[in-house]
Design a protein around this ligand. Structure first.
Ligand code: SAM
Length: 232
């Protein structure tokens, strides 16, 4: 099967979304941060920070001390071109180069579904969070639980790790988190698809940019969620 370029690095996605490479944009981040009630001057880690738009928002609008980590040199270069002052480390969520209990908050937007190992990434995020620290995740999920087995490991694209709601919650709980909020935000996915169509693309264009097994992808009912959890 032909491997595709990661969607989040593609010109196609940047043309549609700009530097916020996911559904919901800055509005969803702002909403999530207000719901998370982080302390003043909180130390926050952005796992899979991409082009650093969320980092900018957290520092400038909320006054937090923000660190980002991402394995894509291409996206980090973009982030630093926009704001040379951002503190971004080249690395992966599966191996966070920080001490235990270092952060008040960890944010992970549309990145858990693309990491190589979501379990390990969640374990690492739990490790670097302080007790009562907040984990903020927004991401794609599979709405139709019957599709899960069929989809798992069958997509050769950046959506390999998309899970059903129950599995996400179960995995997060396994790492000593209390789920404070789960909200379906699928309207942001609809908005993104509309934006894509307004830009002259079709759903087929989208799937052919994402994967070479487009037909299967089209059968899956995706949603988008926001979750806030607290480290026990
Ligand atoms: C869909 S983009 C989202 C980027 C950013 N969070 C945003 O909201 O615009 C997914 C991001 O996850 C990053 N990523 C891929 N594998 C990763 C890993 N193993 N650990 C951490 N981040 C990863 C990608 O480089 C990319 O920046």
């Amino acid at each position: 099967m032909r491997k595709k370029q990661a969607l989040y690095e593609s010109d196609f996605m940047h043309e549609i979304m700009g530097d916020t490479i996911r559904p919901g944009g800055v509005d969803l981040t702002e909403k999530a941060i207000l719901l998370a009630h982080l302390p003043k001057k909180a130390k926050v880690l952005d796992v899979g920070c991409g082009c650093g738009v969320t980092m900018d928002l957290l520092a400038n609008r909320f006054g937090y001390h923000v660190t980002g980590i991402d394995p894509s040199q291409k996206l980090i270069t973009k982030a630093l071109k926009r704001n040379a002052g951002l503190n971004i480390i080249l690395g992966k969520g599966e191996n966070l180069p920080f001490e235990d209990n270092a952060f008040d908050g960890v944010i992970c937007e549309c990145s858990l579904s693309v990491v190589d190992n979501a379990d390990l990434t969640l374990a690492e995020m739990a490790r670097v969070l302080k007790k009562k620290g907040k984990l903020i995740i927004s991401d794609l999920y599979i709405k139709d639980s019957q599709m899960d087995n069929k989809v798992e490991n069958s997509l050769d694209c950046c959506q390999n790790g998309v899970m059903i709601k129950d599995k996400i919650i179960e995995t997060v709980r396994k790492y000593n988190f209390l789920i404070c909020l789960w909200q379906d935000c699928s309207e942001s996915l609809t908005q993104l698809i509309c934006q894509m169509i307004m830009n002259g693309h079709s759903i087929q264009d989208f799937w052919s940019n994402v994967t070479s097994c487009g037909a299967l992808s089209c059968q899956v009912k995706y949603g988008y969620y926001l979750m806030i959890a607290e480290k026990k």
